[in-house]
Design a protein around this ligand. Structure first.
Ligand SMILES: Nc1ncnc2c1ncn2[C@@H]1O[C@H](COP(=O)(O)OP(=O)(O)O)[C@@H](O)[C@H]1O
Ligand SMILES: [Mg+2]
Length: 474
């Protein structure tokens, strides 16, 4: 005899199958969301009928389809900005949201490659697709998970290693005008640093400069362990901003592999200018020198993504353009506040042929005390002091108004300016590792100390010796 409960179970089973069949017939396919282009001015588009979130991307039908990013909304219309030109767009054109566009493919195959802000190759090789994708704008981090600054990072530049020691995970600004050697210095760091991977974001440079940087400053040797993301000045502001985020996302990927990454962004100013264009198109008010509020909220978001996490680190250097020594520049101001130090390049030193033109008086690394020993700190203090003494009296000395022997400290400063210049000076093809940099600093300091303890040289007639003018620093 059959058990009644098993009969009931079988009946329920058949009923369930029938319900599933009916439900499948009733189910309609999910509607494909499309919008319509209703307004276009410049790069700003308005689209009706779509509800895509800010930051997502859409494709607009045209003979050559145009991609755009959602940057705001007004009532029930989305505000978008074109990623390229708007040629060929027609009123009423259909707009389709693109999915997955906020993720970046990453992987070791990116090493040695040059890509654009959208991840397309610029080096005529195949598309560098990575197996893994990471979010373009990163994931929020718990500040308590971040490691402190505790270990020095060898950047391969003598003046920085010895006088402005950089920590793993530190974020530095490289402040300079144009043509004083920023790109050359970044190229040297890429080739000489001990970092496992270097990610370079070239934002808003001229197209020619990108080629020069890759071929001359980096060369095949530097490119081996580097990834270059280049968005030159002729690309849309969206691409320039995306290039920065992409470079940062790639650096984050390598950090998550436990590697020490050096992230170089040239320049943060161009990133801010591109973000300003986006903000203005979205209808934001200009608040400071035409910069919109979003510029000042996005900059810390970008910079905060560098730092130490787990066993990996991102040490980041952002160049900041300071044209005509403009102290009121809001971007330089904001950058100074959020970064952990700044290296200033001096036009005067560059003009006198002293490269890298690092102005040690105006530069500071805020991590110095945490990562250096007291011997080095003491040496740095003395070298800075002597250098500052020279700078304070530079005009007097160069006019010949300073009489040698009237102040022993100034005499000492004059005698050792050349030594300081030698410590800073470094040829393009000459690496300076950490140990040799510290040795050079210790030698200079020992020479100064020995000199200071000797009685001042006096000429036979009892008159102090006249001073000769050392090469101009700054
Ligand atoms: N370490 C260096 N040694 C010799 N010349 C240098 C050095 N760094 C820069 N220069 C000179 O300065 C010029 C400008 O450098 P570049 O790096 O292009 O400046 P920026 O990127 O600030 O505009 C170079 O063409 C080169 O002549
Ligand atoms: Mg440059």
């Amino acid at each position: 005899m059959t058990d009644p409960s098993s009969i009931r179970r079988a009946q329920f089973g058949r009923f369930g199958h029938r319900v599933d069949g009916v439900a499948a017939k009733l189910a309609t396919p999910t509607p494909v969301e499309t919008g319509q282009l209703v307004h276009l001015s410049g790069m700003r588009l308005e689209v009706a009928g779509l509800r895509s979130p800010i930051g997502s991307r859409c494709r607009i039908d045209a003979r050559m389809p145009v991609d755009a990013e959602v940057i705001g909304f007004q009532g029930d219309r989305l505000v978008l900005m074109c990623e390229g030109g708007a040629e060929g767009l027609k009123p009423g054109a259909l707009v389709h949201p693109l999915t997955g566009s906020d993720r970046v493919p990453v992987g070791n195959e990116l090493l040695g490659r040059v890509i654009d802000g959208a991840g397309r190759p610029l080096d005529n090789l195949t598309t560098p697709l990575g197996a893994v994708t990471v979010p373009l704008r990163g994931e929020p981090l718990n500040p308590m998970d971040r490691g402190g600054l505790s270990q020095p990072m060898d950047v391969g530049i003598r003046a920085i290693n010895s006088l402005l020691t950089v920590a793993r995970g530190q974020r530095l600004g490289l402040f300079a005008g144009s043509g004083v050697g920023k790109s050359t210095l970044l190229g040297m760091m890429t080739r000489f640093t001990e970092a496992d991977v270097v990610v370079v974001g070239l934002v808003g440079e001229r197209g020619r400069e990108v080629r020069e940087f890759v071929e001359d400053s980096l060369g095949p040797e530097g490119l081996k362990k580097a990834v270059v993301v280049a968005t030159p000045a002729d690309t849309s502001p969206l691409m320039r901003v995306a290039g920065c985020w992409r470079a940062t996302a790639i650096a984050e990927y390598f950090r998550s592999q436990g590697l020490n990454v050096l992230l170089l962004v040239d320049s943060l100013t161009r990133f801010a200018q591109a973000q300003r264009e986006i903000g203005l198109a979205a209808g934001e008010p200009p608040v400071s020198r035409g910069y919109t509020p979003s510029v000042f909220s996005v900059m810390p978001n970008l910079i905060e993504r560098a730092g130490n996490l787990g066993s990996g680190s991102i040490t980041a250097i952002y160049t900041v353009l300071t044209e005509g020594d403009d102290l009121q520049d809001p971007i330089a101001d904001a950058a100074r506040a959020i970064l952990d130090g700044h290296v200033v390049l001096s036009r005067r030193m560059a003009d006198s042929g002293l490269f890298p033109a690092i102005d040690i008086e105006a530069s500071i690394s805020r991590a110095m005390l945490q990562i250096t020993d007291s011997d080095q700190q003491e040496q740095v203090r003395r070298v800075r002091d002597i250098h500052a003494t020279y700078q304070a009296n530079r005009d007097l000395i160069s006019m010949g108004a300073y009489r040698g022997g009237s102040d022993p400290k100034i005499d000492l400063a004059i005698r050792h300016q050349e030594g300081i210049a030698k410590l800073i000076e470094q040829a393009i093809d000459q690496p300076a590792d950490f140990t040799s940099s510290l040795d050079a600093l210790a030698r200079l300091d020992a020479a100064m100390e020995q000199d200071a303890s000797q009685p001042p040289p006096v000429a036979g007639n009892g008159q102090a010796v006249p001073v000769s003018q050392p090469p101009a620093l700054r």
